[in-house]
Design a protein around this ligand. Structure first.
Ligand code: ZN
Length: 263
């Protein structure tokens, strides 16, 4: 076996019991790694990402705003955060509206992080990051409470204005087994190609605020009794590309952007 290449994979980030390694797509190590993994009978997944420069990203009007760090903490209604179901799908709960501050296990989130997602994909940010967002419209920052009821230093980024449905020309999005009643959940990000939302220009109102959520909800919703066992499929966040300048140096702390095209 080629010395070091498997070690490279095993030394990568251990994320949810998977080892990951990041390589340039033209890296000479990549074909060797594939050959060695195959020979060793190890299954693997490949995720392709185009890394845009900040200038390239600025040339798009809108960006999908994603985070690369996810804490192993549940969010949603798991710990008693209240959701209003009056506008939600009665079958799956999609579009349930959070009406009380998030309660989550903040002790399990590394304190040096400035951004994180919960397992239910709430966006949590430090107060410095929230301050940098103040010039953008369409976003609120709600307090986040620890399991013992004390207020944490985290703030939850909340946006409620929805984009229209994405165009079928979008890339890297799949919908599988959505709720048959609302057809709104069941979206997934494909690992085979980068995510690139596309919208018909005519469908996107010019008056939308700087921060919006997608119409599409990712993962599957489950409406359960008690409500704490429910999961409400979250949207992605779409932001104006000015966010790059607003966030400045914070971008290096686990933020990722994918271009959004208007056609
Ligand atoms: Zn539904």
């Amino acid at each position: 076996m080629d010395a070091g290449i498997l070690d490279l994979a095993v030394a990568g980030t251990n994320y949810l019991s998977y080892h990951s390694v990041k390589l340039e797509s033209d890296s000479a190590s990549l074909p060797v790694l594939r050959t060695n993994l195959m020979a060793a009978g190890i299954e693997w997944l490949e995720d392709f990402e185009h890394e845009y420069s900040q200038d390239e990203l600025r040339s798009f009007p809108l960006l999908r705003f994603g985070l690369t760090s996810q804490a192993e903490v549940r969010g949603g209604p798991a710990y008693g955060t209240k959701f209003d179901l009056s506008g939600a799908c009665e079958r799956c709960g999609t579009l349930a509206r959070q009406i009380s501050p998030l309660i989550t296990d903040t002790s399990a989130i590394p304190s040096e992080w400035r951004f994180t997602l919960t397992l239910d994909r709430e966006f949590l940010v430090s107060s410095e990051v929230a301050d940098s967002f103040r010039s953008l419209t369409g976003v609120e920052f709600w307090e986040v409470y620890a399991l013992d009821g004390t207020r944490s230093s985290w703030l939850q980024l909340i946006s409620t204005t929805s984009m229209p449905p994405a165009s079928r020309a979008s890339k890297g999005l799949l919908q599988e087994d959505p709720c048959p009643k609302c057809m709104r959940d069941g979206w997934f990000h494909s690992a085979k190609e980068p995510v690139a939302f596309v919208y018909a220009k005519s469908a996107v109102a010019a008056s939308l605020p700087d921060v919006r959520v997608t119409y599409e909800r990712f993962g599957r919703s489950t409406l359960a009794q008690p409500q704490t066992d429910s999961h409400f499929a979250p949207p992605d966040l779409i932001v104006v590309s000015d966010v790059i300048d607003v966030l400045g140096d914070f971008i290096g702390d686990g933020v990722e952007f994918d271009p959004v095209r208007l056609v």
